[in-house]
Every structure is written in structure tokens, then in C-alpha cells.
Design a binder for this molecule. Structure first.
Ligand code: GLY
Length: 379
């Protein structure tokens, strides 16, 4: 399908990543983005590449997909930095999951056992061993799990690089451009209705994140089960003597909220995140920001001194089973790439490479086959 016309609905990292790969392969690609490209969940994210820390024993397929996507990251970073013309802040210091009191240690031990059962590369540390790696950790840290291969990338730099790389290869981007509906004729997607009229396409890719279920024109039976899950976040400015090197995540069994701290190369320390079912509400709340600051301060007391640079809230596109929805649908030429929930940045390379391959060859790879929409239709 290299010489065909593809329309992508949604200009986040998923839409831009697929668009870049397709445009690079010689396809004519147009993206319709309801707001500004990459400024929704892609911008709000912390950029953690954490298949291990986010692993749940009941989601082995998702863990496998995350690990496969992480393995593609070195190739992705090299290719994207060359095409996009900027560094995207890929860092490989690893992740420490810490507990602060005996109940947390029990929960950590439970997580560690589950991770070991899954055969993951994790290491148990005492509080002292954790502080030897990350000296700013609180003396209250009782134990930690080291996930040495859970990395991070600067998602905002990745957005910028993807947008440039996509446009360098001739990809067309319409921002502030909501499509009115997907047009389906005789079981085949033929194009989209926009404010400028009908635009025909040989294939449509729905990559609209938490807005995916709201797109008009889809038969009720194939509306993707994706909803917004709000996450409040903030950024602190690290200062001399108060610098964090690893990604730090807390496990709190009681009283406090678990948080994560993600240090950026530019000195920002990202602190996240709440997880709230509040529809499309993106307001910050006193309670949300308080929980983040308290959680960060409990793990790294010296953050008390740091200036606050920014606060924001984003909407994760959460699917019914927490896994993305990738690949063909019962409608011919309609492809889904949505519902990436807590792992959108991690899963961007595998999604972009595999969905581009699907468009170019017509074949669904074994990698994405378990994530097709039909898993919900069978239930
Ligand atoms: N992956 C982190 C979050 O969704 O908050």
C-alpha cells in the first residue's frame, strides 16, 4: 500500500509515529488532530518506559508487548533523532520501587515475588542499599526493588521530534481540525467527513486516544471501549545537592498515595500521578496536588526545598482491559491504534512499526494479533 492515501485521526505520539513510518515508506498520509499535535496525553505523560514496574501478573500479554516495545527503543531513538533532528532524552539509569514502612515492605515483597514468577530482571535491595544508589532517598525507606532495565524518555521532546520527522517526509498535519465523521459504505471505510468536505482514503487509522469512542460514524458494535482516566502531575526544579538520577516509584500500602519521580536531563523532576475516573475533567485539585507533594516528600524529603515549575492534568486513554486496541476491525480498511492507557509512550515504537507494517503489507503480525478489537467482540 506504499502509494495509497492514508488518513489518521489523532495527532498524538501514536498517530504521529505511525504517520512518520508510513510517510517515510512513501505513503500519502494526512493527520487530523482535534487540538494541537501531541499536546494531550502525549504531553502530559511522564515518559516512563516501565514494563517491569507497571507489570501485573494477570496481564502477561501486555508485559510481553511492553518488553518488546522497550527492546525496539534503541532503534527508535536512533532513527527518530536522525529524522527529527533533536535528542529525545532517552535515559537508562533504571527504576527503584521503594517502600517506606513495614506494610509497604510486605506489598513490595508480594510484587517482587510476582515479578520473579514472571521471570523479570529485578533485584531486592535493603533501604541502605537503595540509598547507596540514590542518596536523596529518605532514611525511612525500608526496602526497594531495582528494575535496572525500566528506563525513561522525554515525551515532550519525542513529540517535537515526531512532528518534525513526520513533516520532513511530507506528512500533512491538520491541527484544530475535528473530523465530523468516519464514512463507512458497504462495510468498508472510505474516508472522513471534515469541515472542508469529504476526504477519501484507502485506509483510516483511529488513533484518537481517550476521544476514540466519541468519533461519529462508527457502528455501535465496534466503538472502542476507551475512556479518559485523569492523572494530575507537577514538575519541580532540581537544585545542587537535591538531584535524583533514577526513576523512583513508591509503593504505599496505607495512608498515602503511591507516586513516581522522574528526573529529566534539563533539571526538571516530574512527579505523578493521580488516577481518577472523572470523565473529561482536567482541573487540578488541592487534594490531588497535596497527595503528589506529600508522596514525593515522603520518598525524597529534600524536595521540600524545590521550586514548583508547572502543574497539569492529562487524560489516559484507558481500555476495558488496560491493554491497547491495535489492528484490523470488522470494517474493511479501518484500523485501530488506541487505548494505550498507562503505557502510551512505552508502546509507541511497537505500535508505530507494527501498524505501519500492517498498512503496507495487509498482514497482522503475531505481535499485535492478541490486541485486536475482536477480543472484546467475542465476550
Ligand atoms: N504510566 C504512568 C501513569 O500513567 O501515570
Amino acid at each position: 500500500m506504499a502509494n495509497k492515501k492514508i488518513i489518521i485521526i489523532g495527532g498524538g505520539v501514536i498517530g504521529l509515529g505511525i504517520g512518520w513510518q508510513l510517510a517515510k515508506a512513501g505513503t500519502t498520509v494526512t493527520i487530523y488532530e482535534r487540538s494541537q499535535a501531541g499536546r494531550a496525553a502525549s504531553w502530559a505523560a511522564a515518559g516512563m518506559l516501565a514494563p517491569l514496574a507497571e507489570a501485573h501478573s494477570e496481564e502477561p500479554e501486555l508485559l510481553k508487548l511492553g518488553s518488546q516495545s522497550l527492546a525496539r527503543y534503541p532503534q527508535w531513538v536512533g532513527e527518530l533523532e536522525a529524522d527529527g533532528g533533536l535528542s529525545i532524552g532517552y535515559r537508562v539509569e533504571g527504576t527503584l520501587i521503594v517502600g517506606l514502612e513495614p506494610d509497604d515492605t510486605h506489598q513490595l515483597r508480594h510484587l517482587y515475588t510476582a515479578q520473579q514468577d514472571l521471570g523479570l530482571n529485578v533485584e531486592w535491595l535493603t533501604g541502605r542499599e537503595a540509598r547507596e544508589i540514590e542518596s536523596v532517598l529518605s532514611p525511612r525507606v525500608t526496602a526497594a526493588i531495582r528494575c535496572a532495565t525500566d528506563y525513561q524518555v522525554d515525551n515532550r521532546l519525542m513529540v517535537r521530534a515526531l512532528q518534525r520527522a513526520y513533516q520532513v517526509y511530507g506528512g500533512v498535519l491538520h491541527e484544530n481540525s475535528t473530523i465530523e465523521k468516519i464514512v463507512i459504505e458497504n462495510g468498508t471505510a472510505t474516508g472522513v467527513q471534515t469541515q472542508d468536505g469529504f476526504q477519501t482514503a484507502d485506509a483510516l487509522i483511529l488513533a484518537a486516544g481517550c476521544w476514540s469512542a466519541q468519533i461519529e460514524g462508527l457502528p455501535d458494535t465496534i466503538i472502542p471501549p476507551v475512556r479518559p482516566v485523569k492523572g494530575q502531575m507537577l514538575a519541580l526544579q532540581m537544585e545542587a545537592g537535591i538531584t535524583v538520577k533514577n526513576v523512583i516509584r513508591t509503593v504505599r500500602a496505607r495512608y498515602s498515595t503511591s507516586v513516581y519521580l522522574v528526573p529529566r536531563t534539563d533539571g526538571r523532576l516530574i512527579v505523578g500521578a493521580t488516577s481518577e475516573e472523572m470523565g473529561f475533567d482536567t482541573r487540578l485539585t488541592a487534594g490531588g496536588v497535596f497527595e503528589l507533594l506529600r508522596g514525593a516528600w515522603e520518598a525524597v524529603p529534600s524536595v521540600y526545598e524545590l521550586p514548583i515549575l508547572e502543574t497539569w492534568a492529562g487524560l489516559r486513554p484507558g481500555s476495558r482491559d488496560n491493554a491497547p486496541i491495535l489492528g484490523k476491525t470488522p470494517v474493511e480498511n479501518l484500523i485501530y491504534a488506541t487505548g494505550h492507557y498507562r503505557n502510551g509512550i512505552l508502546l509507541t515504537p511497537i505500535t508505530a512499526y507494527e501498524i505501519a507494517k500492517l498498512i503496507l503489507t495487509g498482514e497482522t503480525s503475531e505481535t499485535i494479533a492478541p490486541f485486536q478489537l475482536d477480543r472484546f467482540l467475542r465476550q
